[in-house]
Design a protein around this ligand. Structure first.
Ligand code: SAH
Ligand code: SF4
Ligand code: F3S
Length: 440
């Protein structure tokens, strides 16, 4: 056995990219690579990229620029671009940055070992196919290393919704659900390796409809109930959901399944029906608010999280005020908000753009309102007892940090709280980014 080669992966974008980066590291493990935290001594640098907004996509090129010196000093160093920018721009990346050796899309990265070998012979390797073989099956021979208490598990890929602003249906391809038995196998394997909380992932995870072991089409709720039976798995989450796929059985599961955590990320994007229609979202502000009411009827304490886009083409002051009204009606515990970014090839890119300064001002006002709601919900945790899954030591000596059922960061100073354990914690204080508590 020769000396192990070192792989440095930098991950941008969503949780699905985090999951994919782990799979890519495993795939390259079969080519003799072990992971390293620094690009300086790496034999291969892989950027797992995001194309969702212009800024995210452009970051790839500035990041590549930073590796120029390393590549000049060590011509053997392989540089690869993976993920959604790889899919969207393909060979263009090598034209703009000739030092890039390989470009691999999100649906073909199980072919990385062959691509790496090709790059080793001094050739460029490009693969942005949507192959028919199941990449997760190809990658199944995973090492049995123990791991931290939380894990992501992709159950659904791609998107068929084609929101007018979004690149995901193009970069990830059509919606595909993994067979339930394979998801359950992977979950059991994760639990054997120390995982206590699994977050099921998909660009439209609640549209999951994988074939079940009984031959039926399983919904996400059925999959969750099957996961609920795995001993040692204590918590289940899922993200990201679309309002139109919030089925009755899933809403009911939020009320009935104890392992399913009281947190739901349900992006709405806008509170104006005129804009929602132009966005091709196929729900209204009213239908979204009614849906939240039904979910809260099933699970009154659930924390609602959302995504918003401000400054979508043709958004007027009134449209924006409608979004602010929706936020007031829902009361968010968490939210991500973005200024609209023009994406090549999407329908909205052709339309009249909102003035950048106007969009900036709207974004600031929206974020101020969200922050206020978020703070109030977090502050209201003081005095309550919540479950916390501890993950790692905190910054202060003796401190342990973890996440509450509602996904708030919580820290305690108590030797009884160990990584991988869930304790009831009484919340004592609410800080800017976290809660402080004591083991109850
Ligand atoms: N599948 C998820 C979200 C995927 S992208 C869903 O449907 O909710 C994550 C978020 O990025 C989106 O919810 C949206 O708020 C934001 N986003 C996507 N495209 C964007 C664009 N062109 N400009 C600004 N924000 C965008
Ligand atoms: Fe993009 Fe819309 Fe699909 Fe979400 S539902 S990934 S925003 S196209
Ligand atoms: Fe970005 Fe691709 Fe995820 S565009 S948000 S990395 S699906």
């Amino acid at each position: 056995m020769g000396e192990a080669k070192k792989l440095y992966i930098k991950t941008y974008g969503c949780q699905m990219n985090v999951y994919d980066s782990e799979r890519m590291a495993e795939a390259l493990g079969s080519s003799g690579y072990v992971s390293t935290d620094s690009p300086d001594d790496a034999d291969m640098i892989l950027l797992n990229t995001c194309h969702i907004r212009e800024k995210a996509a452009e970051k790839v090129y500035s990041e590549l620029g930073r590796f120029k010196g390393l590549k000049a000093a060590r011509p053997d160093l392989k540089i690869g671009v993976a993920g959604c920018v790889a899919q969207a721009e393909g060979a263009e990346i090598m034209r703009r940055q000739p030092m890039v050796d390989l470009v691999v899309g999100p649906q073909s990265y199980h072919r990385l070992p062959e691509m790496e070998a090709k790059a080793g012979q001094g050739e460029k390797a490009l693969d942005t196919d949507f192959p028919l073989e199941d990449k997760f099956e190809v990658l199944k021979q995973r090492p049995k290393a123990s791991r931290g208490p939380t894990a992501f598990l992709t159950v659904q890929e791609g998107c068929d919704k084609f929101c007018a602003f979004c690149v995901v249906p193009y970069t990830r391809g059509a919606e595909v659900s993994r067979p339930a038995a394979r998801v359950l196998d992977e979950a059991r394997d994760l639990v054997e390796r120390g995982v206590r909380e699994i977050t099921l992932l998909g660009q439209n995870v609640n549209a999951y409809h994988g074939p079940g072991p009984d031959g039926d089409d399983w919904s996400l709720a059925r999959l969750i109930w099957a996961l609920d039976k795995i001993d040692g798995l204590e918590r289940i989450r899922f993200t990201t959901s679309h309002p139109n796929d919030m089925s009755d059985d899933l809403i009911a599961a939020h009320g009935e399944c104890e392992k399913l955590m009281p947190y739901l990320h349900l992006p709405v994007q806008s509170g104006s029906d005129r804009i929602l229609k132009r966005m091709n979202r196929s729900h209204t502000a009213e239908s979204y608010i009614r849906l939240i009411e039904r979910i809260r009827a099933a699970r009154p304490d659930i924390l609602i999280s959302g995504d918003f886009i401000v400054g979508f083409p043709e958004e007027t002051d009134q449209d924006f005020e409608d979004t602010m009204d929706l936020i007031r009606a829902v009361n968010y515990g968490q939210a991500f908000s973005f200024k609209y970014s023009t994406r090549p090839g999407t329908p909205a890119a052709e339309r009249a753009q909102v003035d950048a300064a106007v969009a900036d001002e709207r974004l600031q006002r929206l974020q101020a309102l969200i922050t206020e709601q978020q703070r109030a919900i977090q502050d209201a945790m003081v005095g309550r007892e919540v479950g916390v899954l501890f993950e790692k030591p905190g910054r202060m000596s003796g401190q342990m940090v973890g996440k509450s059922d509602y996904l708030h960061a919580v820290h305690v100073t108590d030797s009884r709280a160990r990584a991988g354990e869930i304790h009831r914690v009484r919340i004592l204080e609410s800080g800017p980014n976290s809660l402080a508590g004591e083991v109850a």
